[in-house]
Write a protein that binds this ligand. Sequence first.
Ligand SMILES: NC(=O)c1ccc[n+]([C@@H]2O[C@H](COP(=O)([O-])OP(=O)(O)OC[C@H]3O[C@@H](n4cnc5c(N)ncnc54)[C@H](O)[C@@H]3O)[C@@H](O)[C@H]2O)c1
Length: 458
Amino acid sequence: MRITRIGSLVDGFTVQSSLKNPLRDSNVDCSGVHEKCRLMTRISAVSTQKPQILAIIGQGYVGLPLAMAAVDAGWTVVGVDNFASKVAQISGGVSPVEDVSDAQLKAALSSGSYKATTEISDIANASVIAICVPTPVDDKREPDLGLLRSAAFGIAPFIANETLVISESTSYPGTLRNVIVPTINSAKPTTSPKIYFASAPERVNPGDPVWNQRNTPRLVGAIDSESQSRAIAFYESICDAVVSVSTPEVAEAAKLLENTFRLINIALVLEFNQICSTAGIDVHEVIDAASTKPYGYMPFRPGVGVGGHCIPVDPLYLTWWARQHGGRAELVESADSVSHKMPRYVAQRAIDLVPSSSVNPKVLILGVAYKPGVSDVRESPVSELRDHLLSLGANVAWHDPLVQTWEDSKSVDLDWQCDVAVLAVKQPGMNFQQLTARGVEILDCTNTMKGCAGVTPL
Ligand SMILES: NC(=O)c1ccc[n+]([C@@H]2O[C@H](COP(=O)([O-])OP(=O)(O)OC[C@H]3O[C@@H](n4cnc5c(N)ncnc54)[C@H](O)[C@@H]3O)[C@@H](O)[C@H]2O)c1
């Protein structure tokens, strides 16, 4: 295992990280007695005084996979969520997220190592509490920490002494130190004088077949050396690689940098797509060509826009944070603006394909989730696409095999009579043959139907 250091000293504590290549070393220490011993040693390093119970606040795309990873590592996990019907679903063995199978969930439930609950007081015996609640933006597109504050406030009265509290939620630098720590310290029991705090922003990419909780290196930054060593021990029990940074603010800022990097590059390629299309050049051939450069270039692909809970949202935490410090993240603001113009461009391209004989154009949108292989529709750019199509006078329906209802409407079958279809997201199980067979023109925003008859690339 390669040992690396990032950052300097925390509170006099030497910060180290144990990094190994997760692909190269994927067969090392991953099964058998030795691995079990290693995990139990790590778990007991978190706390020798308390039962090895992990409480997770929020059982969504981040919290539930974390729960399963921790169960695999030997933890007993209490998954708290204030959405009662989600808790009932999970308790019935039906996973609400793609990255956790029903079989995995049922095994964890029946082993007694995992339970889901709405009862916040169930965290009282935990040695570690991980906060995994949403951090959206408000109507002004500024950070809304309401759920995070209420989670911190909710757990505070039940936190036992010497518990490690970790925030995995994405937020601006200073959130752990200036929001979570004071909230918990102001409402914790008098019998709990010492609570440990760390930030370890989740980097999971739902639906990713390669990178997961275990093999994605985890950033950890804590408020003092004891918190840091406990948080590192916790993540070493569930992750192959832990990267220790000098402060929670570095971990929080790194997460914003990662997702803002994606937004800016996606916005660049969205803009580039429009320029290439006007000039009659295949943007994907250009991207493939640029990708042959062995260094300094990373390919991003154009589509309807930027979606999901993270990429359109997290950069707004950065722009807000910059303003708090008297600065302005101009490039980020511009990327945000460019990405929001793309759905309008796609809508116009679709309308341009409608035969001039059609008085009331009918447009069928294929795929409404924010990316292939998931049912998650949060911040999907397809929402803006639909609004623009409607404002251009189109009659709009949509089809998505993974999404039954969306924005007060239902998925239609592919036999819905339309003039044009927009392939926004290619979901597994989509079959376009009946559309092309009846001569429906398809605007392909996914570059998955290249060269097919009746298909126009974006
Ligand atoms: N989804 C991703 O791909 C992803 C990736 C990396 C980081 N993140 C970050 O992780 C955090 C969680 O995101 P998510 O996608 O898991 O959200 P989610 O909406 O899928 O799940 C969050 C859960 O928290 C519950 N919840 C909210 N407030 C609560 C409270 N006070 N007590 C108990 N439960 C509460 C909600 O009911 C919900 O089930 C966010 O900060 C997000 O930015 C998400």
